[in-house]
Design a protein around this ligand. Sequence first.
Ligand code: SF4
Length: 473
Amino acid sequence: MLNTSPAFKSNVRAALDDAGLQKALARAKKPFAETRTAAVGRLPEFEALRETAKGIKNHTIAHLDVYLDHYTRQVESHGGQVHWCRDAADARDAVLEICRSVGARTVTKGKSMISEEIGLNEFLAEQGIEPIETDLGEYILQLRNEAPSHIIGPAFHLNREDWEESFRAAHTHLPSDRVFPEKRDIQAEARAVLREKFIAADVGITGANFLIAETGTSIIVTNEGNGDLTQTLPRVHIVLASLEKVVPTIEDTVSLLRVLARSATGQEFSVYTTFSTGPKRAGDLDGPEQYHVILLDNGRSNMVGTEFQDMLRCIRCSACMNHCPVYLTVGGHAYGSMYSGPMGSVLTPAIFGADQAHLLPSASTFCGKCESVCPMKIPLTGMMRHWRERAFERNLAPATTRYGIGVWGFFARRPALYRAVTRMAAGAMGLAGRKRGRFGWLPFAGAWTTARDMPAPEGETFFARYAREQRGR
Ligand code: SF4
C-alpha cells in the first residue's frame, strides 16, 4: 500500500528530475486525450449520456443502503457470499480466511485498485500465499516491486527499455540475449509465463467496475482477457469492490459502460466486458466452485451527505488525470497514493485522512479541464477547494500559506485599503521591473522564480485600469 502523500513536495522534485519518467510522460500524454476526443466526437449523444450516467449514480448513492441490500440478497440467491468490510484490515482478513479455507498457495489477480488500496499483495506474501498479477502492466510492476502510477495504465511511467530489462532479469529460464523487436513479443512472453500461473492458481481475485443490484452480477472490463482467466480457472473467485460500485440494473450499467470506455481509452467499448454471477452451476463446463464478494467501505460511507458525496459517482475512467497538466508533468507516483491526478486529490484525503494527504488538493491549477472531461460531471475543483478549506481550518496548510491568506484576507475585507495597497505595490513593481519587463527573483516568490521569470506588472492595477477605461467611454 503506497502512501507517501505527506512527502508530496519532495516526490514532485524527484519526478521532475527523473529523465525516464519525463520521457514516458511526454510519449503518453497525447494519445489518451486524442483518442478520447475522437471517440466523443463520434457519438453525438455523448453529452446526453453523461447526464444519464450522472443521474444513475446520484440516484444510486441516494439509495445506497437499498441497492446494496438488494445486491447482497441476489448474490446469495445465486450461491455466492458477500463479506461487508469496514476497512482495509477487515478486507485483508476476509481474503485470507477464504484463501486459508481452501489451502490456497497461489492466487492470481486481475487488475484491482482496491487490492492496492488495502495493500493485499504484501499481506498475502507475508502469510505465505503467492499473489501473481496478471494484468500486463501490473505484472511488470510486480516484477519491479513498484506501485501503479495510473488507474487504468498502471505502468504509464515506464518506457519500452524498462519492460525489456525487467523481463530479462525476471525470466531467467529464457535466453538472456533474446530481443523484443515488437511490442507483441513482450506480450507473447508474458502470456507464456502467466499461462502456467493461471493453471496453478487456487484462488482468483478480480476487481469490479460495477456491481448490479438487479442480478447480483459483478462486471469487469479489460483489454487483455486476463480477468476472464483469473475468475474462471481457479476453484475460488473473490471479487474486491468498494460499495459505491453498485448500480441498480443491467440497463443502467450499459449506459455507464458506454461513457466509461470512451472516456478511458477512446474505445466504443472495452475489448472484454465480463459478467459473473455466482459460482459454477450444475451443467456449467467451467467456473469457480466458490464466489465471494469483498465489499469495502474504507471511509466511503462517511462521504455520503458531505460536500464530497459527488466523488462517489467516479467510475475510474482516468480522463481527469489524462488531461491534468499537473499529473502529466509529475506522473502518478508523486501523489504517493494509488489514486492520483484530480480524482486522487479528492479521494485520497477521504480514504487516508486529510492529515496524510492535505497537500494533494493543492496540486491543481484549477484550470477546470478535469471537470470538463469527467463523464460523471464530478465537480473536482470545487471539492479540492473544500479540502483546502479543511486543511486551512485545521492548521494543516503550511504556515506560509496560512499567514499569506490571513494577510490577504485582512486587506480583502477592507476594499479601499486593498485598492490603495495593491495600487502602490503594482506601481512600485512596475517601476522596478520596467527595464527588463520581468523579475528573476522576488521575495516570498522563490518557488516561482527558481524555475521561471515573473512578468513585471505594467504599473497599474486591474481596478485602476478598469475605472480609467470606464471614464474614457
Ligand atoms: S473523477 Fe471523473 S474523469 Fe476522473 S476518473 Fe472519476 S469519473 Fe473519470
